[in-house]
Design a protein around this ligand. Sequence first.
Ligand code: ADP
Ligand code: GN1
Ligand code: MG
Length: 372
Amino acid sequence: MAVAAEQTLNEVLSAFDFGAPVVGAIRYGEGHINDTFCVHTQPGEAPCRRFILQRMSAAAFKRPDQLMENIIGVTDYLGREIEKKGGDRAREALEVLRPKNGEPYYTDSQGGAWRLYPFVERTICYQSAQTPELFAASGRAFGRFQQLLRDYPADTLHETIPHFHDTEDRLAKFKAAVAADKLGRAAECRKEIEFVLAREADCSVALSAMREGRIPLRVTHNDTKLNNVLMDEKTGEGLCIIDLDTVMPGLAINDFGDSIRFGANHSAEDERDLSKVALDVGLFEAYTAAFLEGAGGSLTDEEIGLLPWGAKLMTLECGMRFLTDYLVGDEYFHISREGQNLDRARTQFKLVGDMEARWDELEAIVGRYRTK
Ligand code: ADP
Ligand code: GN1
Ligand code: MG
C-alpha cells in the first residue's frame, strides 16, 4: 500500500517552480485513480495561478517513465495539430510542466511519481450529463480527439496498462478473484457473479471482430468519462481532453462505449438506489450523433454497427473490474466508503440489463448512421 500522498507533498512542491510562492495545495476532482491536487500561487504582480499536481497511481501504472513519454508525445502532437487548425493550444491541450531537475516528472523520497500541468481555467468538469447538449458536446470532443490523433505513430506508444480493455482477460481475472475469494466477500455478491458468468461469450464479441480484421486498432483515449473532458464555461463546448494515462492503440467502439457507460444515465456511478439507475436512450442518441460528427466520418460501417456492443462491453467490463476490486480488497479504485466498489459494480450491471432490454432501439439509432 502506497503512503498517503500528503506525506511527501511539501517535498514535491519544492521540487517544482510555480513562478510565485505557493499558498496552498488541496485535493481536487473526482478521479478514481491518481492523487490529484490543485496548487494555488500567491497573487502579486501576476494574478494567482493554479496548477494540477498529480501523483500517478502506483497500483495502476508500473512504468511512470513510459507513461510520461506517452503523455509528452501526445500533448506535444495535439498542441501542434491544434495550432495548425488555428486553435489555442494552451487551453485545448494539456502541457506537461517539468520539475526543476528537468526530468519529465518528479520521483519523491518514497518512490511516488508526480507530474504537473497548468490548470485549464474557465472550464467546467461535469460529473453527470445535465442536458443532451452537454453530453453531445463531450461526444464531439472525444470524437475529435480521435480524429486529431489519427496519424499519430501508434507504434511509439507504450502499453501503459497491459490488457486494459481486453475484456476476456478482465473476465479471467474476475474468475480468479471469485475462486480465491480472499476476503470471503463472494457470498454476498452471488447474484452479481452469476450475472457476469452468464455473459461470458459476450466478452469476446469486440475482440473477435478485431482479431478477424473487421474493426481496426486506432489511437484511442480508453477512459472517456464525462469528467475527463473540460467544458468551456462560455461556449459549453468540450475544450480540453484530460486524463491521458491510457491513450494507447485501442478500439473506437470502446471510446464511444465508455462515455455511454458513464454518461447516458442520470445517477452517480456508485448510486445505491438501483431504481434510480437507468439507461437514457435519448442521451445515447445525442452522443452517437455527436461522436460520429467529431470523428469526422472516419469510423467504418462495421464500427458504427458495433457501437451498441462498445457500450454494453465497456459497462460489463467496468462492472467486472469494480467487482474484482471489491473481492480482492479495493486495491485499485479509490473508495471513500466500505462497499463502494460493490455498489459501483451493481450500477454497471443494472445498465447492462437496460441495454439488453432496449437493444433493438440502440441498433435502430446507430442504423441511421450506417453507410450501407
Ligand atoms: P484520474 O485518473 O484520477 O481520474 P484526472 O487526470 O482525470 O485523474 O484528474 C482528476 C480531476 O482533476 C479531473 O476529473 C478534473 O476535474 C481535474 N483536472 C485534471 N487535470 C486538470 C487540468 N489540467 N485543469 C483543470 N482541471 C483538471
Ligand atoms: C478510472 O481515472 P478515472 O477515474 O478517470 C479508470 C477507468 C474506469 C473508471 C470508472 C486508468 O477512470 O478505466 O472506467 O475509473 N481508469 C483507469 O469510473 O483504470
Ligand atoms: Mg479522470
